[in-house]
Write a protein that binds this ligand. Structure first.
Ligand code: SF4
Length: 398
């Protein structure tokens, strides 16, 4: 069985390092320009360079999204940008334009071209043609079901990338003007305002229509492909992709770590039966605040994938470990959210599986004992009954 790549998103350098530490084989990031999440990206060119050096040291990869729908004005500086990314030894660009692919092949031939899901590639004929034009990898549309993924994987040689987790578009990815119309923010040029997730009243003329469930929303359930991971790996999919460049450190760590463990189990020859999948789903629940489904993978009725209103939080990320003093058993942590003496905290890390403890003693930076930690970014010392390492995370269990 060929090893599959776990590909995670990152909005900034810190999140990218977390994703790599928590088990991603590769990360994809957007620069300050030319990306669909450019409004939210915090990646300067220097950050991209730092990330590439770190990732390559650990034999991991960095892909940069250059996937906005380019209008003529947007092309300014694009050649220099591409050449710079090649010079920095970025591994691939994720692009949605065949014209851009032709340009990249001409001016930066060391860069791989991964064709984005925005191209809505749903069949093997399209994969084969795109390969002839130079595609080094194809990200299948999220709208392809599992059986079709298996058929395509069998028929084509080009490596396939498949989304396994995260937000879904109410429209075919990248073919939406809802945000443009509602907010004048172009979803295809990095400005999606998630207008599909808003609540709407419905009117006929001036009359408000009485619907069974108001307000109305087109908000789609998030994708969670846990029951299909084993089939994807066995089908020979090259890369399993997590969506969520806007998500928190805790989300990135928990989701990446969970799929890492699933992939490792399958690659060790284990079968992921219902109880294992239920376990992994319970782990993902710790990072989620939106309802999820298996999307189009199981050919579910699309009507059942809309109307995602409820949100739920079972765990709250409260602190990141910065250091641990073995001699006294105290951890230095950076506060993220409020917690207090007596709270039960769960600690996890790349190599630590959910150890719990009750907060008994904690001290602020001046050495004063405190009852409540409520200042974000404050550094505290907490007594712990087990060893922890930098980048481990603590969450409150409700
Ligand atoms: S508004 Fe919704 S459907 Fe449109 S691009 Fe944004 S997330 Fe997708």
């Amino acid at each position: 069985m060929k090893k599959v790549e776990l590909l995670a998103p990152a909005k900034d350098l810190n999140k990218a390092l977390i994703a790599l530490r928590y088990g991603a084989d590769a990360v994809y990031v957007g620069g300050l320009e030319y990306s669909l999440r450019s409004r939210a990206s915090n990646f300067s060119l220097q950050d991209i360079k730092t990330l590439v050096d770190f990732a390559h040291y650990y034999r991991k990869k960095v892909y940069v999204t250059v996937n906005m729908v380019f209008h003529d004005d947007d092309l300014k500086g694009i050649e220099d940008y591409i050449k710079t990314l090649e010079m920095m030894r970025v591994d691939a660009l994720i692009i949605e334009s065949l014209a851009l692919m032709a340009l990249i092949k001409k001016i930066a031939p060391k860069l791989e071209c991964h064709l984005s899901t925005q191209l809505s590639t749903t069949n093997s004929l399209a994969c084969e043609e795109l390969t002839k034009w130079g595609a080094d990898r194809i990200v299948l549309a999220r709208e392809v079901d599992m059986l079709s993924i298996e058929v395509i994987a069998q028929r084509v040689k080009v490596p396939l990338e498949v989304f396994i987790h995260g937000g879904m578009c109410a429209n075919y990815s990248g073919r939406c003007t809802l945000s443009n119309r509602m907010t004048n923010r172009d979803a295809n040029r990095g400005g999606c305002a998630h207008s599909c997730r808003w609540n709407y009243d419905v009117y006929k003329g001036k009359e408000r229509v009485s619907l069974k469930e108001l307000p109305f929303t087109m908000s789609s359930f998030d994708l969670r492909a846990t029951p299909f991971i084993e089939r994807m790996i066995k089908a020979g999919v090259a890369s399993l992709k997590i969506e969520g460049r806007m998500k928190s450190d805790h989300y990135i760590a928990q989701v990446t770590r969970t799929y890492r463990k699933m992939i490792d189990e399958v690659e060790m020859g284990n079968h992921l039966d219902e109880s294992r999948i239920a376990y992994y789903n319970s782990e993902l629940d710790k990072a989620e605040n939106r309802p999820s489904s298996t999307g189009f993978l199981a050919l579910e009725k699309t009507s059942e994938l809309f109307g995602a209103k409820q949100s739920f939080v079972k765990h709250e990320y409260v602190a990141m470990v910065k250091d641990f003093d073995l001699s006294c058993g105290y951890a230095l942590v950076e506060v993220r959210n409020k917690f207090a003496k007596g709270d039960v905290l769960e600690v996890f890390g790349p190599d630590l599986n959910n150890e719990r403890f009750v907060v008994e003693k904690m001290y602020d930076e001046d050495g004063q004992e405190i009852e409540v930690a409520n200042r974000p970014k404050a550094l505290l010392k907490i007594k712990l009954p087990f060893l922890v390492k930098p980048y481990y995370m603590m969450r409150k269990v409700f």
